[in-house]
Design a protein around this ligand. Structure first.
Ligand code: F6P
Length: 357
């Protein structure tokens, strides 16, 4: 096989702004090169006939359909996290299904879980290209993931509004953003909005120090300070009996009630004797319209994916992941992109600076 004639594309994992734009870019570039593009629905599930209507799981991406999805939010192809795909026999089925459909190569838009699946498919003789579609920016081989810029912009917009209301009421705010185990969305949002406190999963944090910081800010006249908190950082709190603080205030709290943003706002209110409110930004980060940066990144990534696929796909045993290096789109082997020895950079100095200024 010199070059693929029919290729597949799927989106997998959490949806991220720019996924549709990447599909459109692949479709347009594939069309120009005379490749046929098949859209696979709901991630790897679409290869396994797991849905209620398996006959709809693979769709020819005609140009008329494709051009219409450019402005659509979410992912037209739908997405899913496919746990069965962790099993070798299931991946064999998927490879067989691709071969049966005449799909010789696959573009996978997703995060690291999706990349692991793609790497395994490469080993089964299906050349794969990865486009890093996730808002989390948690992949160490790339400076940016598709959707991250949009997610940050959504958070910045939300925090600016929250800070306006906080100022009106002299009331501090706790704002929770997404990111899984990566604090990049929180850090970027904090520096872009002037938030005075940030908590991320990369760093241990201390409730009493946080309360000291808030008290200090209030004493200095900053009655609307903002704490940006990244999800999944609760286990990084140094031991502190926050339930006792709530119980001592006469409120009901149970042993198995977990700490969350709302309870954190309450604990700060009680420790600092100030009102405070919590907002969880949630899925607005994922369902947003991609920024110009993400849309252009999607275009460049799609174009590179097709360029790679029109080269000698027989040499694709390790597949390719597309990323950004020094501000430019580049490609590297999946195995390199997933190398666990390469640690994602976290700017500790910046973290301390935000919490100090
Ligand atoms: O990976 C994107 C992401 O939004 C993470 O930030 C978050 O932890 C996770 O997905 C949430 O997944 P779900 O939407 O399945 O709850």
């Amino acid at each position: 096989m010199d070059k693929a004639k029919r290729i597949g594309i799927l989106t997998s994992g959490g949806d991220s702004p720019g996924m549709n734009a990447a599909v459109v870019s692949v479709a347009r570039c594939a069309n120009e090169k005379g490749l046929q593009l098949m859209g696979i629905k709901r991630g790897y599930n679409g290869l396994l006939g797991l849905s209620d209507r398996p006959e709809d799981d693979i769709e020819y991406m005609a140009m008329e359909t494709v051009l219409d999805i450019m402005d659509m939010r979410g992912t037209y192809l739908r997405t899913a996290r496919c746990l069965p795909f962790l099993k070798p026999e299931v991946r064999m089925e998927a490879a067989k299904s691709l071969k049966k459909q005449g799909i010789e190569a696959l573009v996978v838009i997703g995060g690291d879980g999706s990349y692991h699946g793609a790497l395994e498919l490469c080993k089964l003789g299906i050349p794969c290209i990865g486009i890093p579609g996730t808002i989390d920016n948690d992949l160490s081989y790339t400076e940016a993931t598709l959707g991250y810029d949009t997610a940050v912009n959504v958070c910045v917009e939300a925090v600016r509004s929250i800070r306006a209301t906080s100022r009106s009421h002299d009331r501090p705010a706790v704002v929770e953003v997404m990111g899984r185990n990566c604090g990049d969305i929180a850090m970027r949002t904090a520096i872009a909005t002037g938030a005075e406190m940030v908590i991320v999963p990369e760093m241990e944090w201390d409730m009493l120090e946080l309360a000291d910081r808030l008290r200090y800010l209030i004493q200095k006249g900053n009655t609307r300070a903002t704490l940006i908190i990244s999800e999944h950082c609760w286990h990084k709190m140094k031991p502190f009996d926050w339930r006792k603080v709530i119980a001592d205030s006469g409120r009901i709290i149970h042993e198995d009630d977990p700490l969350n943003s709302e309870r954190l706002a309450l604990v700060l209110k009680l420790l600092c004797n100030t009102e405070s409110r919590a907002t969880v930004i949630g899925y607005t980060q994922r369902g947003a319209i991609p920024t110009a940066y993400d849309s252009a990144f999607a275009f460049d990534a799609g174009r590179m994916a097709v360029d790679l696929l029109t080269k000698d796909v027989a040499s694709f045993q390790n597949g390719y992941a597309i990323g950004v290096h020094d501000g430019r789109v580049y490609s590297t082997a999946f195995a390199d992109a997933l190398d666990e020895n390469r640690k994602k950079f976290f700017d500790e100095d910046l973290y301390h600076l935000i919490n100090r200024l």
